[in-house]
Design a protein around this ligand. Structure first.
Ligand code: GAP
Length: 480
């Protein structure tokens, strides 16, 4: 019986042709069909560019964040983690420069009244109607506002912002972390969490949304360190890390941000770009950025920092975020190298990379999501070959329960074995475990590999160890 199923399934793909994801729309469709990502608020007609992560999507996001945290905070010796508030004192955003400069430049089309970002126009043409009759560009601050407390609508003191980057929560905690953890330079502080931007033109699925998640790390170094080399170092580290998530180097590119486009705090920024639009002439979009933020942030939040005329640049701060360097007996504001990545953009890149279609000679197509096993939402699916045999079902459920504390496993008996395999392939489950009649006698099961479709007979007592060994490890970078 099992052999027949196996033969039937493999002959379906005797000469398969593999095709990668041709565009983001293919992923949108898979994501909705299989429970990764749903359009938000659909029962009320949706909310432009907001997305909800379903049962598989939340696992995938968590696995990306955990892989990142393990890589930086656990496996290196020079990085601590924190989790700061989303809503900070408004003065943080005044002094960080976000209140004055976190703007998009808006223009309106006089013909169709459409509103767009001036820097995103192609050939100066309106994307809606094709006209080139524009109003003057004007700044639009993209921080999302809210009000704190039971206050009058027009009380300006109640104004607060949802953070547009997680980084500021790290800077204002620099001394707390440095002193409590007895850290010496160089060291980093990592944080993962939600950020918010009132994007003028959100879109392209989870690529640009108003609510998103960032994985940011601020790496504090001496003012005399080789900052540009450190930017290159972190670029290399992240290229390697993305590789360990299964992202092909060919689909990543580097963009040296020109002087005129740098953020107000940056002396150098390199963006790592991913090929999100393989079907377009310009396929690249930013996946993350690595910036040399100088000593701007620690200085600007410090009470003792003076400007060129000897005046305090921050009369509101009650702290000085400088650092005393024992070896040189010098006090200074550390410089910062910041790798800032998006969780959602990483998830999208990982999905696009993992997507593959296998088509056989007859033109029949199957989708296989070749996710790196560490990222797969479900590591093992336990499938009974006969769902009307209580002994087989009982054994399959017991195996599922025994694996669950070690790895994420599910039990599924809602179809024939071919259909169940196909469903697990499409959601990226690395291993299918089949329990058959023979299992009742030899206490062994068949383990099927998602990528090769090879099958092995494994004793139930060895199963957890066998699977854990095959859930691939990933490279560990060396500390500086
Ligand atoms: N602290 C620096 C900073 O926030 P950024 O380049 O503006 O730098 C870092 O953002 C990353 O956050 C981006 O490379 C991207 O991955 C992600 N990101 C930014 N805006 C986003 C949005 N509207 N939707 C989804 N991800 C976004």
């Amino acid at each position: 019986m099992i052999l027949a199923d196996r033969l039937c399934f493999s002959c379906f793909f005797d000469n398969p042709v593999f095709v990668p994801a041709p565009n983001i729309d293919t992923i949108v469709s898979l994501a909705k069909r299989r429970g990764f990502v749903f359009p938000s608020s659909e029962v009320y007609g949706g909310l432009g560019s907001a997305w909800d992560y379903g049962p598989l999507g939340v696992e995938l996001c968590n696995n990306v964040k955990q892989a990142w945290w393990r890589w930086l905070v656990y496996e290196r010796d020079d990085i601590e983690g924190i989790d700061s508030s989303i809503i900070l004192n408004r003065l943080v955003w005044k002094y960080s420069g976000h209140e004055a400069t976190f703007n998009d430049w808006l223009i309106d089309c006089r013909k169709c009244k459409g509103r767009f970002r001036a820097d995103k126009l192609v050939d100066n043409k309106c994307p809606s109607c094709g006209a080139s009759d524009w109003t003057e560009a004007r700044p639009f601050n993209t921080m999302l506002q809210t009000k704190l407390g039971a206050v009058a609508d027009d009380d300006p003191t109640a104004l607060a912002y949802l953070r547009p980057e997680t980084a500021q929560g790290i800077f204002i905690n620099f001394l707390n972390v440095q002193t409590t953890m007895r850290r010496k330079l160089p060291f980093g502080i990592a944080q993962v969490g939600k950020s918010f931007r009132n994007e003028v033109t959100p879109g392209n699925f989870i690529l640009r949304t108003r609510e998103f998640e960032q994985m940011e790390m601020e790496y504090f170094v001496s003012p005399t360190a080789e900052h540009s080399k450190l930017v290159d170092y972190w670029v290399e580290q992240y290229l390697e890390w993305f590789g360990s998530l299964g992202i092909n180097r060919e689909n990543l590119d580097l963009y040296e941000v020109p002087q005129g486009e740098l953020a107000h705090y940056s002396k150098r920024t390199v963006d790592i770009m991913y090929k999100y639009f393989p079907e377009r002439e310009k396929p690249w979009e930013e996946l993350m950025g690595i910036a040399w933020r100088t000593d701007f942030d620690l200085g600007i939040h410090s009470k003792n920092k003076l400007d060129a005329e000897g005046k305090r640049i921050n009369p509101d701060s009650t702290e000085d975020l400088s650092y005393f360097d024992e070896p040189t007996k010098q006090r200074f504001y550390p410089h910062v190298i910041e790798p800032a990545a998006g969780v959602n953009r990483t998830v999208l890149a990982v999905l696009m990379e993992a997507y593959s279609e296998k088509t056989n000679d007859k033109g029949e197509t199957r989708v296989i999501l070749k996710l790196s096993p560490q990222l797969a939402p479900i590591k093992a699916a336990i499938l009974p070959l006969a769902k009307n045999k209580p002994e087989i079902v009982g054994m399959a459920k017991a195996i599922k329960r025994s694996l669950q504390p070690v790895l994420r496993a599910v039990y599924d008996d809602t179809g024939g074995i071919g259909k169940l395999y196909a469903r697990q392939d499409e959601i990226g489950t690395p291993f299918c475990i089949t329990v058959d009649h023979q299992s009742l006698e030899d206490e062994a099961v068949t383990v099927r590999d998602r990528d090769t479709w090879e099958q092995e007979r494994i004793k139930v007592t060895d199963l957890a160890e066998h699977l854990q060994k095959r859930l691939k490890p990933y490279p560990v970078p060396e500390s500086i």
